[in-house]
Design a protein around this ligand. Structure first.
Ligand SMILES: NC(=O)c1ccc[n+]([C@@H]2O[C@H](COP(=O)([O-])OP(=O)(O)OC[C@H]3O[C@@H](n4cnc5c(N)ncnc54)[C@H](O)[C@@H]3O)[C@@H](O)[C@H]2O)c1
Length: 440
């Protein structure tokens, strides 16, 4: 990147999303200041160490040497940069809506630091917010703290949420399907579009719009994807109860219809993680507040809530009371240690409550799950150790290594909700229970 194209960027919040964004921007040649209140994250960045676990992140930080620095001091980050991304938590509240408290606190500090700065500055909110937030609380907090007019020659504001999946964040940032930009004015949107173009290795569509449309779009993408997942799980449950039915055969054919598509149309178990489970709840709250109907979001959510029951029922049907069950997979998906809202942890809790002796394993998430599973499950260092004593083994997270488990040949049963295990590799004495599909 030529030096005149290199921008000066700050990233406020160096968590699961912010740290990869800072590294991706620095790697292509921009000058980046990371800012976080957590001194540990700042120290790690300054020592060249990834503050969160994410594929490729360590390499990108190493390739950014000299262009990626971090500080706990907002004034230092703002005075040295012209574009600021805010990627702080927006936790779900009791009613399911997202709180803007962290954003408002961060923007207050950003705005106060902007008072002392001359020249144009762009502030970009990447956190997921409730529709209506940008034009009210967020805009007001920044305008009040900075004393500047948003959409003027001094200050621009954009809403630019990311559509990434943990475990694939850097690749998703470099190859997005599309970029969503809610903008205060064209200058702000133009600058943000050019910045993304410098990072993308593909040529995505740019959807630029006002704040409210961007806020609705963000939340709609996740609620639509989860609707597809719940739809496939609904089909899986139906197939489970119809002899000869196979959900993979059905979804493969259904998904061939170009109006539908195969992505995320996979009958298995429920979704988890920091985003999917909370977005339908937020959508439903938004609709209810408006007096509109959010029924599909509510149904998607309640189908998802049934998926742990489905696993518990199948295990219960095939396992003696109090016997040992091995739960393989605690991360909410492969390639991440993240255990928030994980089906594996929920399953361990339910099985323990029903009196089973629970063993659990995950290739990356053992340490992250330890506190939640204290007194609930014995965490095994290896999958082999987890399944040694188990009467029933269930593969909850479809990690690649679980597709080639080695069983000792005892009288065990394997429940495989994702259909990832090659049944020909199973010892003869073992029973294979594919949920909603035929053994492959
Ligand atoms: N993680 C995901 O998969 C994902 C995907 C899409 C959108 N999002 C959204 O992105 C936002 C951030 O998510 P995350 O997973 O990166 O969160 P995170 O908890 O991993 O990281 C947030 C970081 O912000 C820092 N922080 C909090 N308040 C601050 C402040 N005032 N100033 C500076 N730093 C501050 C925290 O110390 C932390 O390091 C959320 O709104 C989330 O919904 C996350």
């Amino acid at each position: 990147m030529s030096s005149e194209n290199a921008k000066k960027i700050s990233v406020v919040g160096l968590g699961k999303l912010g740290a990869p964004l800072a590294a991706v921007m620095a790697q292509v040649g921009h000058e980046v200041w990371g800012m976080d209140l957590n001194p540990e994250a700042v120290k790690k960045i300054n020592e060249g160490i990834a503050p969160v676990q994410e594929p490729q992140l360590q390499d990108f930080i190493a390739q950014s040497a000299g262009r990626l620095k971090a500080t706990c001091d907002m004034a230092e980050a703002i005075s040295a940069t012209d574009i600021t991304f805010v990627i702080v938590p927006t936790p779900s509240q009791q009613d399911g809506s997202f709180s803007n408290d962290y954003i408002v606190a961060a923007l207050t500090a950003v705005g106060e630091s902007l008072r002392a700065k001359t020249g144009y500055h762009l502030v970009v909110i990447s956190s997921t917010v409730m529709p209506g937030s940008m034009d009210s609380e967020i805009l007001e907090a920044l305008a009040h703290a900075s004393g500047k007019v948003i959409g003027s020659s001094d200050l621009g504001l954009c809403y630019n949420p990311e559509f990434i999946a943990l475990g694939n964040v850097i690749n998703n940032m470099q190859h997005p399907d599309f970029l969503l930009i809610g903008e205060s004015d064209p200058r702000a949107g133009d600058l943000l579009e050019s910045l993304h173009a410098s990072v993308c290795q593909n040529t995505p569509a740019y959807h630029r719009m006002n704040f409210i449309n961007a806020e609705i779009t963000k939340i709609s993408v996740n609620t639509y994807v989860t609707t597809k997942i719940s739809y496939a799980n609904m089909l899986a449950e139906v197939c489970e109860n119809l002899p000869g039915a196979d959900v993979d055969v059905v979804t493969d054919a259904v998904g061939s219809d170009s109006r539908i598509g195969k992505k995320y149309l996979k009958g298995a178990i429920g979704y988890g993680g920091p985003c999917f489970p909370r977005d339908n709840k937020a959508f439903a709250v938004m609709a209810e507040r408006l007096g509109a109907a959010g029924d599909i979001a509510v149904a998607t959510d309640s189908i998802n809530d049934r998926q742990v029951d489905r696993m518990v029922n199948i295990i219960g049907k095939h396992t003696a009371k109090g016997a040992c069950v091995a739960v393989l997979g605690l991360a909410y998906k492969p390639d991440t240690p993240e255990v928030e809202q994980s089906q594996g942890i929920q399953l361990c809790e339910r099985l323990k409550a029903l009196g089973f002796d629970v063993y659990a394993h995950d290739p990356q998430a053992n340490g992250y799950a330890a506190q939640q599973l204290d007194g609930i499950a014995t965490i095994a260092d290896t999958s082999t150790a987890a399944l040694a004593r188990a009467e029933t083994v269930i593969i909850v997270t479809p990690w690649q290594e679980y597709g080639v488990l080695e069983f000792s040949g005892g009288n065990q049963r394997l429940v495989d909700p994702w259909g990832i295990f090659d049944v020909a590799q199973l010892p003869e004495a073992m029973a294979y229970i594919p949920m909603g599909r035929m053994a492959k």
